[in-house]
Design a protein around this ligand. Structure first.
Ligand code: NAD
Length: 475
């Protein structure tokens, strides 16, 4: 049953909030529900609940914590239709993609439950035993953006809870509802206070990162905000993991089968309306295949249905919110003002909602804003290259270093190119694949730390080394 009333979950209890804010459907631009606008007192209560629950959760055997992560996943899966409908309504993504976000979140929780937390014996001599163990840190603030509200929350929840931390989870102000609903559904699954879910307007994020009762901030969002988070965390030296923006290059080598790769390349850039940190945002195509690939790409783009994510058959939804919509339109206007050539798109849509048509630019200059900046929308520059060293230089010439992809039929060569790319993840002949068992993070200003894999779990742990001097025989 769908609802228009949503409450926060603090210490296992429903908190309706003394203040609220409106949540819009980006396909219409109209508000359809309200969410609680967490006050300072309510935030204090959420952090206090996390602190109170921490000793008990830390002492809970890891086998039990694994079991409860799986139970959380089970509850989410049982409610998949309702949750994914709600996600489409607030986020805008097509219904099958919303199912992927929610179902992917459940999958991530289940897979995270399988991680081992290591123990490392560095010395076991006649004199001494030395062991390093990894324990939880305390209360984790998990801050999530609006592009993949559920799976990105699960990236944090799974490892943080497995390691024995408690969590205060905050979704983005434009997509709070599905996360709040999951908080409601999970009441009683975890001990009270282990997972607190709060929502708020723009004031809440800074309050949360500055809160003295928070021990660690796990943040996913823009590089600009990531810097503010780090600054705020510095006051009490909170631990931080920052998963930030990207301007991922794809390098398309001359030996690709143009017809085969065109569709995959299209979705590398346009899935989720281009609003993916690891979307291809600059596509470098070798001059030998530039013209045929351009033609195949544009022909495919014309077959793709853009519309309300709730309508059957929609493949690309609206931009998620008005601020991002304006930013994407501004980048398009800049390309027009500079006389760059549009292959498709570029016109503003006159229907209600935050729709931007699929827009593809033909070889704009390297210093164009659309090449240098993270567009985070359905606008892609195709760029021509003729020399491998030159294109690797162009790919690396960015303050970002999140992901990159190489498309070639020569796998060995592509693997060699991968080693020269400054990116936390490199894909060969695919894009955007992530695994709960592999680390994911950014070089340069794309982030600090990683999520995923055992390294991701250790980001939610602190190391403690115990040296034990062994009794020595009398001499
Ligand atoms: P954003 O930085 O504006 O907001 C992200 C979250 O931070 C939201 O919950 C927001 O309320 C909160 N926030 C805003 N200001 C804050 C502050 N001063 N202190 C604490 N929290 C604050 O980002 P966005 O526009 O929601 O998301 C898009 C960005 O996220 C893009 O740059 C994208 O590349 C990036 N992203 C990165 C990853 C990754 O894993 N590296 C994944 C998805 C998105």
């Amino acid at each position: 049953m769908s609802s228009t009333h949503f409450s926060m979950t603090i210490n296992g209890q429903a908190i309706n909030g003394t203040e609220t804010f409106a949540v819009e459907n980006p396909a219409t631009g109209k508000a359809f529900a309200n969410a609680p606008d967490c006050t300072r007192a309510e935030l204090d209560a959420a952090v206090a609940a996390g602190r109170a629950a921490f000793p008990g959760w830390k002492a809970t055997p890891i086998a039990k914590r694994r079991e409860l992560l799986n139970a959380m996943a089970g509850v989410i899966m049982q409610n998949l239709p309702e949750l994914s409908r709600l996600l489409t309504q607030e986020q805008g993504k097509p219904h099958p993609d919303a199912e992927g976000d929610v179902g992917g979140g459940a999958f991530w929780l289940m897979e995270s439950s399988k991680h081992e937390i290591p123990e490392h014996v560095s010395e076991d001599s006649a004199e001494r035993h030395a062991v390093t163990r990894y324990g939880p840190i305390g209360v984790v603030a998990a801050i999530v953006p609006w592009n993949f509200p559920i799976i990105l929350a699960a990236f944090k929840l799974g490892p943080a809870l497995l390691a024995g931390n408690t969590v205060v989870l905050k979704p983005a102000p434009t997509t709070p509802l599905t996360t709040l609903r999951i908080g409601e559904l999970l009441r009683g699954v975890l001990p009270d206070g282990v997972l607190n879910v709060i929502s708020g307007s723009d004031r809440l994020g800074p309050w949360l990162t500055a809160h003295p009762g928070v021990d660690k901030v796990s943040f996913t969002g823009s590089t600009q905000t990531g810097k503010k988070v780090m600054e705020s965390a510095a006051h009490s030296l909170k631990r931080v993991t920052l998963e930030l923006g990207g301007n991922d290059p794809a390098i398309v080598m001359p030996d690709v089968d143009v017809e085969k790769v065109a569709e995959d390349l299209f979705w590398a850039a346009f899935r989720n309306t281009g609003q993916i940190c690891i979307a291809t945002k600059r596509m470098y195509i070798h001059e030998d295949v530039y013209e045929p690939l351009k033609a195949a790409f544009v022909a495919y783009a014309k077959t793709v249905k853009v519309g309300d994510g709730a309508e059957q058959g929609t493949q690309i939804g609206p931009i998620q919110n008005s601020a991002q919509y304006k930013r994407v339109l501004e980048l398009i206007q800049d390309a027009k003002d500079n006389g760059y050539k549009f292959l498709i798109g570029g016109e503003a849509s006159d229907v209600p909602g935050y729709f931007v048509p699929i827009t593809i630019l033909d070889n704009p200059p390297e210093n164009a804003r659309i090449v240098q900046e993270e567009q985070f929308g359905p606008v892609l520059p195709l760029l021509k290259f003729d020399n491998l060293d030159e294109v690797v230089g162009r790919a690396n010439d960015s303050e970002y270093g999140l992901g990159a992809s190489i498309w070639s039929s020569d796998i060995a060569r592509a693997q060699e190119i991968a080693t020269s790319l400054q990116a936390g993840t490199v894909w060969i002949n695919e894009s955007q694949h992530l695994s709960p068992h592999a680390s994911f993070g950014g070089f340069k200003q794309s982030g600090i730390g990683v999520e995923g894999g055992q390294e991701g779990v250790l980001e939610f742990c602190q190391a403690q080394t115990v040296f034990t001097r062994k009794p020595q025989p009398a001499t």
